[in-house]
Design a protein around this ligand. Structure first.
Ligand code: WT7
Length: 657
């Protein structure tokens, strides 16, 4: 246990008095959860969600750890995000969108609802039914959010694949999901250049794919560049949605697309995330519990008010873009700003220009982005009026005290509380955070568990959640074993996220990083085994070991030690013909980017003769971490099979500095 010797930052008075959630609410709710845990969840679910049919049981725990929340209740996510606002907020902006070129679009709740309904009709006409899996490979744009909502409206399970993923990674996901439909777009602009999503999408489905229909939104003016060899139905949505409008379906018929009423426990979406094996896992989320927590945490943690313009910079390809862009804020009737481009295009002040232009009030981003802003310099910030900001948020990795303070002082001008939100793809919503009307802040420390969440730390320093909560994952798609073994076995009856943490006397939790082979590059989770599996597919590679080292901007950077196949090259050759080794390294970096995506590209590839292994054949990763950081390996090396390997590794690593 640490003492609270760290600096404490008090909340601004106006938050304490005007926040959606104040100390009194907090105390009442904590007491209520203590008295009647499930009853309190039931009450919140009744108050917050529209139920087509009431649930009679809050939690079915008869088949632990396959907890089922609100199983016999009937509701719909899209209905709760859109339809319920039509009377009071029909004309209010639901989405404000700006693309990189500066074109903008505002969609009121009424318009967003109409476009979702129209796309729902379209998908139904294609034969889409409840339970079908639909893959979405799109940039952060209104059409992507419309596609997600249309799926949840029908009860089709969407699986968004981040638009930075490579064709192979997408194919693996599509195949496991047996997705019959892939929704994509003909590209988008990133740093002024077109990212050709269609090319990657068509490659992903070019061989033995379950995909039968490829749906393409037109997002860039250039004509569609399609491979004609695809033996599937290709749909130009620009044309077909117009045709649909011409079908003379009355507006009434389209708008009255009553949603499919789903069980509270029906799967709403599957999102893949990295684990400690080579294969990403499909995290499956429920319907009612997920939305309940996305809605409540948006309201409590971000203190969302009707007049706010809220901006979360996360992409829809990650869980943050689901819970805190596409669903939670809309369930609260908020105005959500979305931006499609790069933060430093055309200049490094783009975000600040957007905050000034749209008078953004709440700004939620990631430490890696904050470190970039820090590196780009204060002059870009000082050019703009950021006085509209009233709350800042951070997510994805430990923010660290210095970055926290920089964010607080330079972006929040020392008057905006920061919520450092800890959670995961699996938890569905925020688990640990201060609340801006309740808890003081400690820079670099996430904060206490939110009301209803039971966070504990075991003697080994492992964070765990000792009670089921509504937005918890339902399971790992097609892999119940992985769900049980990965999350529920080490600490009985407790969910194990895989993070190390420290807790202070007042229940403030400071996250120390992962306790497994999952690394965090720019807030993106990657498994070392996943990168090793990608490397193993390259014809020149015999074996590899991937580790992470600290990186000033990305948080962690990837270093891969690789042993080439015999006869291809030995290290002495490489020392003589330096150029060819560099070429090999470049090729291998590209190879990883082609297999997984650019975000997985190693910072360094170190070609070596052999990996340091123990006598039982396990790679000694801590030794590789030392070597990659140019440190003499510390600790016990007596279990190493070949002691000479250390000197050899140091020699090749030094050579590459
Ligand atoms: C892992 C989850 C949560 C959405 C984005 C990432 C790390 C996340 C924090 C934070 C320290 C954090 C953890 C966690 N993490 N937020 N505020 N402080 N670490 O979702 O890809 O599922 O990754 O990100 O290690 O386990 P994800």
């Amino acid at each position: 246990m640490q003492s609270n010797s760290e600096e404490i930052i008090a909340l601004p008075l106006n938050f304490k008095t005007h926040a959606n959630f104040n100390l009194e609410n907090y105390k009442d709710l904590q007491a209520s959860f203590q008295q009647d845990y499930l009853g309190t969840w039931a009450k919140l679910a009744q108050e917050e969600l529209f139920w087509h049919k009431d649930f009679s049981q809050t939690l079915d725990d008869s088949d632990k750890p396959f907890y089922k929340w609100f199983l016999d209740g009937e509701t719909n996510i899209s209905y709760n995000c859109l339809d319920i606002h039509l009377n009071d907020r029909g004309e209010k902006a639901a989405l404000i969108f700006e693309d990189e070129a500066g074109e903008s679009e505002i969609l009121s709740y009424k318009v967003l609802h109409a476009r979702v309904c129209e796309f729902t009709v379209y998908l139904k006409n294609l034969g889409v039914k409840k339970g079908d899996r639909i893959c979405i490979y799109m940039s952060l744009c209104p059409e992507a959010i419309i596609a997600m909502h249309a799926c949840t409206r029908i009860g089709a399970i969407h699986s968004v694949v981040f638009a930075g993923f490579a064709a192979h990674a997408m194919k693996d996901r599509i195949d496991e999901l047996s997705a019959k439909i892939l929704i994509t777009q003909n590209g988008f602009y990133r740093r002024g250049k077109i990212v050709d999503l269609l090319e990657v999408a068509t490659e992903a489905i070019s061989k033995n794919s379950p995909v039968e229909d490829l749906l393409i939104f037109k997002r860039v003016k250039e004509p569609l560049s399609l491979q004609s060899s695809l033996k599937i139905q290709i749909h130009d949505l620009d044309r077909e949605l117009k045709d649909l409008a011409n079908l003379n379906l009355s507006t009434h018929e389209v708008l009255e697309q009553t949603p499919e009423w789903l069980s509270g426990n029906d799967t709403s979406f599957i999102l893949y995330t990295s684990g400690s094996t080579g294969k990403p896992k499909g995290i499956e989320h429920n319907t009612a519990g997920y939305l309940l927590w996305a809605k409540l945490t948006s309201k409590w943690v971000f203190d969302l008010k009707d007049e706010d313009v809220y901006w979360c910079t996360a992409d829809i390809g990650w869980i943050t873009g689901h819970s805190y862009v596409a669903y939670g804020p809309l369930a609260n009737g908020a105005t959500v700003f979305i931006y499609e481009g790069a933060p430093n295009f055309p200049e490094a002040d783009r975000y600040w220009a957007l905050i000034e232009k749209y008078k953004i009030n709440i700004f939620y981003t990631a430490p890696t982005a904050i470190r970039s802003f820090q590196a780009w310099g204060l002059e870009h910030i000082e050019k703009h009026d950021l006085s509209s900001l009233r709350l800042l948020g951070s997510v994805g990795e430990p923010i660290g005290t210095e970055t926290w303070k920089w964010f607080y002082e330079n972006i929040g001008k020392s008057k905006c509380p920061i919520v450092d939100t800890w959670w995961q793809t699996e938890t569905g919503g925020i688990m640990l955070s201060t609340l801006p009307g309740v808890n003081y802040m400690i820079p670099g420390t996430a904060g206490p568990a939110l009301p209803g969440i039971s966070a504990e730390i075991n003697p080994e320093g492992l964070l765990h959640l000792s009670k089921p909560w509504p937005s918890m994952l339902k399971g790992v798609y097609k892999n119940p074993d992985r769900y049980i073994k990965g999350y529920w076995t080490k600490i009985p009856d407790s969910y194990l996220p895989g993070d190390l943490a420290d807790i202070s006397v007042e229940g403030y939790i400071k996250i120390g990083g992962r306790n497994d082979d999952v690394i965090n590059v720019s807030g993106h989770r990657l498994g070392t085994a996943e990168i090793e599996t990608a490397l193993a597919k390259h014809q020149t590679i015999n074996e590899s070991a991937v580790i992470a080292i600290p990186h000033a901007i990305k948080g962690e950077g990837i270093v891969a030690f690789v042993v080439l196949k015999q006869g291809l090259m030995n290290v002495t050759d490489s020392q003589q013909s330096h150029g060819s080794t560099e070429e090999r390294e470049r090729i291998l970096k590209e190879h990883v980017a082609n297999e997984i995506g650019a975000h997985a590209k190693p910072e360094r590839i170190i070609i070596c003769e052999a990996l340091p292994k123990t006598r039982s054949g396990k790679v000694m990763r801590r030794l590789l971490k030392d070597i990659a950081q140019d440190r003499l390996p510390e600790g016990d090396l007596s279990t190493l099979e070949d002691k000479d390997v250390v000197a050899k590794l140091l020699a090749v690593s030094k050579l590459k500095q």
